[in-house]
Design a protein. Structure first.
Lengths: 656, 293
């Protein structure tokens, strides 16, 4: 009988994708030097000796994200459990830079919001941050009692807390809106809206009113995001460090020689470093791009971004043995079996199968060691030779399928980033020869140019607040068109009937040759999934058979296997080939139906026709023509519903 | 009588932020008098207060004083280097031409020359010595290494003279050039022989020279930072096989740890050639010094 057959494989989960992933088996010997460097820098910041910054680099799979996870666990999760006063040692923010280099502050804002609202041991980082500030300024209660007090606050405002929050806001020079939203988050009122505001998501008027905020015209989102983050740094004060971890720096680039992406990141990191005296910046990238990153960043910015550099080395034989042994020892049944094999320290892994990974020069990464060990263990367990390695194409198809499940559930608030990051990436990957550049001129966000073609200008208008939307559309109307211009809007954000000015402005734009294009949900989901795959490949985090897959391989595959729906969408953008322009009345009816179903979710065709005052056969035709937008149950009676994609695995909801 | 309300005095922190923000726009340095003039209205403070805040920022290294009257967001060395490299992007220049082209607020004094020589020593720019025989040639600096061909005039002259001398013996110029080439090409029979220091092409393949070059490029090399093989290769200008052999040997001895490139096939050939390759075809982009280096 094969004694290994019933046992779990101890080498699974080789890849850590997020610094907030639960701590698995950590091997302190791996990257110990880099970890100590980070902790020393942290100690300097937390003792008030000014901000610090470290650039961490190593080969793909050397454990950069794992190191960030180890830091997070030490500074946050472990501290929350074990610190006697429930004290927060720092605010920890982990950011994967899968975004457009022109949305860096907005991207950072949404990640800061998400991480601030993560709950550990019953309280979020934001609650602990406020408790820390209150304790520092109101020492009659200790920190733990402030944490406990804030955790159990009811939704009714407590006058004493409110007046202290006012003091907090004044000392930290917080803006009015942030002050208001903080109250909502502390008292857990209007949580979804408050969280959305903190993230920088576009909110409809009614949501802003519920938050007590004026639904006025939106400012410049990058500048607003920067100011918010600077305010939050001030809120942390001198004694509470803010640790910002930037991972997947390479994902900012649309191509390998894209120096401007790194240049912009350098500016942002330097500005963040300068924004306060309590910042620890950790920037992670692959060794292979270190040179190019260094050359692309201005010297003055580099001085701030890289006060220290530290390398994550590949592992030598001795460290790999420690790694594999610890993993083996994590399975209790294996421990007992291994005691019977004292001469084979890596049993049940044959020594020669581990040795084959090394040469006298070549050392391997932790990821490679674990994935190889997983395979060898599987062979021993099943007593069969390892199956043929999956072909790269098959691997990529499955990877894309898996990511689509999550992408289909993503919210319209991510569509701006999806389009602004994804379209240039995809245009480059497919070798369409359309070069992208970002502008903030006249409401246009991206301009694509190609020799011999008119430039293509894309205005991405996903405002939910109709005032904001109509202002953006009017800017487009007033601006001269230099090439072809299009408006992109998420179809999940219908323009209601009551927004008559908005609809008439869209009509005027259409007459001027600036059409509104609403990409299918499926197209947006595909774009989201593909940009994730490309970004991971560029960052060395897309591992196939233990080895990082090159972005070139992914791009080649995409050129051959691109989903026809996405190809059709790209054609409609870049070649201008599309079906006959849709009649304005039909467009309005689609919007009406979408808005009705967003509100009512499910209703019969007859009821929808009555409520909208449109003929039922026409509405039925529209629903059938847009199957990814409207759900239809044949009946009789025919029923319409707001179609949502199938649920992915349950995602942990974070709340204050 | 209308009384003017006095605005409350501006606090240190917002004043400091305003100063840093202003200086960020003056990377070439700016006089303190001009700083005072450029500060927006709410932050216009008296000279004493301004100087006091600038000194405080200087002590926390957020501002750098280049002289008693000039301040900047970065050190003079950094700014000078940046400005020099930017000027040299346009064309090679002599020291006096460089000084004329710089827009630094301070461009006289030994510090500028120091920055220039430091950049030279770091391999970020190259000296172009005077070309022998060229009347108006002066020492210049450039971002690319000089073309060796420009300096061959004396050798060419010498070959001409030797050709004249040996013509009577039936030896022509081509034969002299061939003999010269043979005499300066190093022997390839080095495999298997222990490398210590050896002569070849006028250089010594000497581990000490290697580590000296590393430390001159990165004085912090012993702090476990990644050293680019390309940077060291360019500094030493050794033939590729010799350089690569030494790097691989030092890795085998455990004196350095190599970092490999995952996808060298995706690189342009010229970039790939800058890497060090082993016999298995693994390409290495850099290394860190080990404690026994």
């Amino acid at each position: 009988m094969n004694v290994l057959a019933p046992l779990p494989n101890p080498f699974g989960h080789a890849i850590i994708t997020d610094a907030w992933d639960p701590a698995g088996i950590d091997i302190p010997e791996i990257n110990a030097r880099a970890f100590d460097t980070c902790m020393q820098a942290f100690d300097r910041v937390s003792s008030g000796r000014g901000s610090e910054s470290i650039v961490l680099h190593g080969p793909a799979g050397s454990g950069k994200t794992h190191l960030l996870g180890r830091l997070q666990h030490r500074l946050i999760t472990h501290a929350a459990k074990h610190a006697p006063d429930g004290a927060l040692r720092c605010i920890f923010i982990a950011v994967k830079l899968q975004t457009s280099p022109h949305m860096l502050w907005q991207h950072l804002r949404s990640r800061v919001a998400d991480d601030l609202l993560r709950v550990t041991e019953g309280a979020s980082q934001l609650q602990r941050l406020v408790a820390h500030y209150l304790a520092a300024n109101n020492p009659e209660h200790n920190l733990r009692s402030w944490v406990m007090r804030i955790r159990v606050l009811s939704q009714i405002e407590d006058e004493s807390i409110e007046s202290m929050l006012d003091e907090v806001a004044e000392k930290a020079r917080l803006g009015f809106e942030l002050r208001r939203v903080l109250s909502h988050l502390i008292y857990r009122r209007n949580l979804a809206e408050a969280r959305g505001w903190l993230r920088g998501d576009p909110l409809p008027e009614e949501a802003l009113i519920r938050l007590g905020l004026a639904p006025g015209a939106a400012g410049e989102p990058e500048q607003e995001a920067r100011e918010l983050i600077t305010s939050l740094c001030r809120l942390a004060g001198d004694s509470l460090p803010m640790v910002f971890c930037f991972d997947q720096v390479e994902a900012l680039q649309t191509r390998t020689d894209d120096a401007s992406a790194f240049f912009r990141l350098g500016q942002q990191l330097a500005a963040l470093y300068e924004s306060d005296d309590n910042i620890l910046l950790l920037t992670c990238l692959q060794s292979a791009v270190l040179d190019s990153f260094r050359k692309s960043v201005r010297d003055a910015d580099w001085d701030r971004v890289a006060r220290k550099e530290t390398t994550l080395d590949p592992l030598d034989r001795k460290t790999v043995n420690i790694l594999l042994q610890r993993r083996l020892e994590s399975v209790p049944e294996l421990v007992a079996l291994r005691r019977e094999q004292p001469a084979e320290p890596l049993w049940p892994l044959p020594e020669d199968r581990v040795a084959e990974l090394f040469t006298d020069l070549f050392k391997i990464t932790a990821r490679r060691a674990l994935m190889h060990a997983e395979q060898v263990f599987e062979e021993r367990r099943s007593q069969r030779a390892a199956p043929e390695p999956k072909k790269p194409e098959r691997f990529l198809e499955e990877e894309l399928e898996r990511r689509l499940l999550f992408a289909e559930r993503s919210s319209p608030s991510g569509t701006d980033e999806n389009l602004r990051h994804g379209l240039p990436l995809l245009a480059e990957a497919l070798q369409l020869n359309w070069r992208s550049s970002e502008t903030s001129r006249s409401g246009v966000q991206i301009t694509f140019t190609k020799a011999g073609k008119k430039p293509l200008e894309l205005a991405i208008c996903n405002q939910r607040n109709m005032n904001g939307l109509v202002n953006a559309l009017k800017r487009l109307l007033d601006a001269p068109v230099e090439g072809r211009r299009m408006i992109l809007r998420d179809p999940r954000l219908p323009i209601t009937r009551s927004a008559a000015t908005t609809r008439s402005t869209i009509k005027k734009l259409s007459e001027k040759g600036v059409p509104l294009l609403e990409p299918d949900r499926e197209v947006l989901a595909l774009l989201e999934a593909i940009r994730g795959v490309l970004s991971d490949a560029r960052s060395g985090d897309l591992a196939h058979e233990g080895l990082p897959m090159s972005v070139g391989t992914v791009e080649t595959w995409l050129r051959e296997a691109l989903d026809p729906r996405l190809r059709e969408f790209l054609d409609s953008l870049f070649t201008g080939d599309s079906e006959e322009p849709v009649a304005e009345q039909k467009l309005d009816r689609v919007q009406d139906l979408a808005a009705l179903l967003e509100r009512r979710c499910v209703l019969s065709l007859a009821d929808a026709a009555a409520e909208l005052g449109h003929p039922a056969p026409e509405l039925e035709g529209l629903a059938r023509a847009n199957p990814t937008r409207f759900g239809l149950l044949e009946g009789p009676p025919l029923v319409l519903f707001d179609w949502l994609p199938p649920a992915a695995n349950a995602c942990e909801e974070v709340s204050p | 009588m209308v009384s003017r309300k006095k605005s409350p005095p501006v606090e240190d922190r917002p004043l400091d932020e305003a100063l840093i923000s202003l200086l960020a726009r003056h990377a070439d340095g700016v006089t303190i008098t001009k700083v005072r003039a450029l500060l927006p209205a709410p932050y216009k403070v008296d000279k004493t207060r301004l100087e006091q805040r600038l000194r405080a920022l200087e002590s926390s290294k957020r501002v750098h004083a280049w002289s008693k009257t000039v301040v900047a967001p970065s050190s003079y060395a950094d700014a000078a280097k940046r400005a020099i490299l930017a000027a040299l992007r346009e064309s090679p220049r002599s020291l006096s031409e460089l000084k004329k082209s710089l827009t630094l607020a301070v461009k006289t004094g030994p510090e500028l020359t120091k920055a220039l020589l430091a950049a030279r020593d770091a391999g970020e720019l190259f000296e172009h010595p005077k070309v022998p025989g060229a009347k108006k040639s002066v020492l210049r600096y450039a971002l690319q290494a000089p073309d060796a061909g420009a300096y061959l005039a004396p050798i060419d002259k010498a070959i001409d003279a030797l050709t004249k001398k040996l013509r009577g013996s039936g030896i022509d110029r081509a034969a002299i050039v061939a003999a010269l080439t043979r005499s300066i090409t190093p022997s390839r029979e080095m495999n298997g022989r222990e490398l210590t220091a050896r002569e070849g092409n006028g250089h010594k393949v000497d581990p000490r020279a290697f580590f000296d070059a590393v430390l001159s490029i990165r004085p912090d090399a012993r702090a476990h930072v990644l050293i680019s093989v390309r940077d060291v290769r360019r500094r030493l200008s050794w033939p590729k096989p010799d350089f690569d052999d030494l790097v691989l040997r030092l890795a085998r001895e455990g004196r350095i740890t190599l970092h490999h490139h995952d996808h060298p096939a995706g690189l342009p050939i010229s970039e790939r050639d800058d890497l060090v390759a082993d016999e298995r075809g693994t390409h290495y982009i850099g290394f860190v010094l080990e404690e026994n280096a």
